[in-house]
Design a protein around this ligand. Structure first.
Ligand code: NAG
Ligand code: NAG
Length: 201
């Protein structure tokens, strides 16, 4: 191969690489503008919740499926809260199986597990109510969803109260239960904020 044609081949290759590397960001930028609108929506919605950074952490992964649908975002928030309650029930159940747990503690923990199960049930009822917003009795369903989400928070509160008022429960057990219930309460409060503001933005 002649030196000059080799040079022009290299130049051609270089030009192709340059062309590809310049068009690629254009394609990604076009994709991002839709993605950015979705993430901005979640950001804006989360800013009105009680625990905004928790909201962002938990709900940003759903930005692309939620798009700008407030009802969908509420449902995802309630799903996340339900899952949080399920995780908490596992943690609390494991506490009960720990060595050195007294029968008084076991009884208090058992009551708490019932509260957490009730919370999960209430979150699920709230998801169902949010699924019926299009049925014509919008205000009724929305107020049901608020009632159920609040009830779930109250259930987690009653576990905390029941355990912290019990002098026979070890402070370490109290602390572990408190922390588990706090997760449910925060996720539930965030879901409730989103439901309360479902018609904004
Ligand atoms: C939002 O999503 C729900 C399903 O959760 C759907 O029924 C409703 O039509 C959607 N709203 C809009 C405006 O797309
Ligand atoms: C658990 O939380 C309650 C209030 O939410 C508080 O009164 C109690 O002191 C806490 N207990 C522990 C061990 O942190």
């Amino acid at each position: 191969m002649e030196a000059s044609s080799c040079k022009s081949l290299i130049f051609l290759l270089f030009a192709v690489v340059l062309f590809i590397s310049q068009t690629q960001p254009l394609v990604t930028a076009a994709k991002d503008s839709g993605g950015q609108a979705n993430t901005n929506f979640v950001r804006k919605k989360c800013s009105i919740t009680t625990y905004p950074s928790l909201c962002l952490n938990k709900l940003m992964p759903y930005a692309s499926s939620v798009k700008a649908n407030s009802t969908k975002l509420c449902k995802e928030a309630l799903n996340v809260a339900t899952k949080g309650a399920r995780d908490a029930s596992i943690i609390v159940s494991n506490l009960k199986k720990q060595k050195g747990i007294s029968k008084y503690e076991a009884a208090a923990i058992k009551d708490c597990i019932e509260d957490v199960k009730d919370a999960m049930y209430e979150f699920k009822r709230a998801i169902e109510a949010m699924g019926h917003l299009g049925d014509g009795d919008k205000e009724f369903q929305l107020s049901n969803a608020k009632t159920y989400a609040s009830a779930a928070i109250t259930n987690a509160d009653s576990c905390t109260d029941g355990v912290s008022d019990n002098r026979k429960v070890n402070p370490k057990v109290k602390d572990a239960i408190n922390r588990s219930m706090a997760v449910i309460i925060r996720l539930g409060s965030n879901a409730l904020s989103l439901i309360n503001h479902v018609y904004e933005y």
